[in-house]
Design a protein around this ligand. Sequence first.
Ligand code: IVH
Length: 690
Amino acid sequence: MSLRSIPVDRLTYEEAQTELANLAKELAEHDIAYYQNDAPLLADWEYDDLKRRNEAIELRFPDLVLENGPSFKVGAAAAEGFSKVELKVPMLSLSNIFTEEDILDFIDRIRRFLNLSPQDELVFAAEPKIDGLSFSARYEHGRFVQGSTRGDGSIGEDITANLRTIADLPEQLVGADIPDVIEIRGEVYMRKSDFYALNQIQEQEGRRPFANPRNAAAGSLRQLDPKITARRKLSLFAYTYGEVSHIAWSTQWEFLNLIKSWGIPVSPEIALCANDIDLVRYYINMGQKRADLDYDIDGVVYKVNRMDYQKRLGFITRSPRWAIAHKFPAQQAQTRIKKIRIQVGRTGVLTPVADLEPVNVGGVMVSHATLHNMDEIERKDIREGDTVVVQRAGDVIPQVVQVLLDKRPLHSFAFQFPTRCPECGSLVAREEDEAAHYCTGGLFCPRQVVERLKHFVSRDAMDIEGLGKKNIEAFFEWGWLRSPVDIFHLQERHQEDLLKTEGWGEKSVSNLFEAIQKVQTKTGFDKFIFALGIRQIGQSTARLLAEQYGTPQNLIEAAHQETALEDLTHIDGIGKSTAADIIDFFKEPHNREVVDALVQLIHIEPYQTNKQQTPLTGKTVVFTGTLETMTRPEAKSLAVAAGAKVSGSVSGKTDYVILGKEAGSKALQAQKLGIRILDEKDFRKMLEII
Ligand code: IVH
């Protein structure tokens, strides 16, 4: 019997050691074949199986993990192969609530926003929150034409062929009132029964079982080869829609029943709820049913039933105001902390991480947990050797909830935060009002530099194919890369060296330089901002900045204005501390040098927004007095949705003052400054909602 066919749980320690070494060697060869020679020797699923086996062995024998082994290298990057789908109506997410009190707040907020009187009815459609992956299925004239994942919300991956293999999804809709175009959206999931059956096959075939149904569904749906998807049994439920040519329903309830009549699966657990008591009852009831359902749910979702109300309520940044997810509590387990180690991030933040005895938490093996920062460690008095309760909720990094003091070993010591960076030896500092410790090494700290470079080239940032983590580490070590600018000089400076390097051939070298040139000829402004790695600037904030400023020059200029802090915080979604980080970043001469050089080297595309231009786009408006047809929050949200900035006071920068009844001094001031005054009717006209 060859080593490879022995299931992981039956390997001896010595066998595991040999097998890990074999896997490391084989995977390294396949990496070169796949990433550098463009000539894979294995099918993706075969490669994935090797990777999974490697991970499973590492999980069972954590002390055998090889430094520089396969788990430290770039993944199979299967996603690279999907083409992109533009989602004209973005796929959003939901805000979460956790308590019954939060339900009351949610209802109150909506009632206030819509200015409903206590007698006015406010009905909700309640649905289970399916723990799967969201999809969008586009139908034209009733025929399924395109499928997409959520991706970043605006650009998804094309999974048309994969969705087609799911028996639940009709190829052709039949029935009444089918719009010419409709994107049906919902969740792809794997039934628990199908998950157990799949895992049995996996084990019979000596493959690692999937950790939970969600992972199995994700691994099955996002396969480059749809034949694999077809072999895995996936299911789906629909719950909303994206682009639609004609809306033939006036409530969520009608929508769900209508699509059901067309042949689309809708959860049988949906219910109408007239008030908070009904919602609480629904939550409790679904919580009790949870274990008996044949699919995983991680909470319930409440949606305002009336479509006209939904439309008025609109959205806050990434989620609708008219819906909310009420999550079930996180799943927990007990385990022991083997060691507390310090991880250095790209911005120098030092994060303590607990290495745990691997433990199964709600179906997932967990071997690390973040301890966040020293305050958290002190507050919970977390020590090496402690037995702790860990929890995971959804896809978040596992956390330590509590120490079980009665299980604390006799000789344990409070954790001491190191005074020097474990990577570069620089002094560790901590700002007075901040929880995090920092490595003061800045660009002297090799770990920070490497992490920044990795971030710069990563998929959601510049997305330079072929310049994965492994290559960044190597090029850095050889002194070829110190700043992102060096990436664009690699060809002129190091082409010859690279050709002489083991593992690199003509083809792989030219592929790499082509990939670099590709991003040089065209990179979206939002991706560029995200790639810079400014503290607190994630993808969605990068998009907000790109949308607001359009070009790098505008952004740099804005960050240098005296009023920068105020201007930046006017953008919905950017707070004071984020704004300060943006300003600080551009103030730092080294960053400016890098940005200026990059701007010269890369063609940065002005941000293309999906949003329509309105007469209010980019304007600053001030409201005063009471409006008749809408509440103040509603008016503000409409103005923001139309692209305006809403300010509380009239100044030289105000474009319009919108005047309601009993307006105060702001109207006078506007007159004095010669600012255009609009009444409610003008405002509605500008919004084209009259
Ligand atoms: S509605 C604009 N309904 O949960 C409204 N989402 O945490 C979009 N989900 O992105 C979502 N079950 O992937 C909705 N009954 C349900 C859902 C549901 C699961 C997922 C969905 C969403 C995520 C938010």
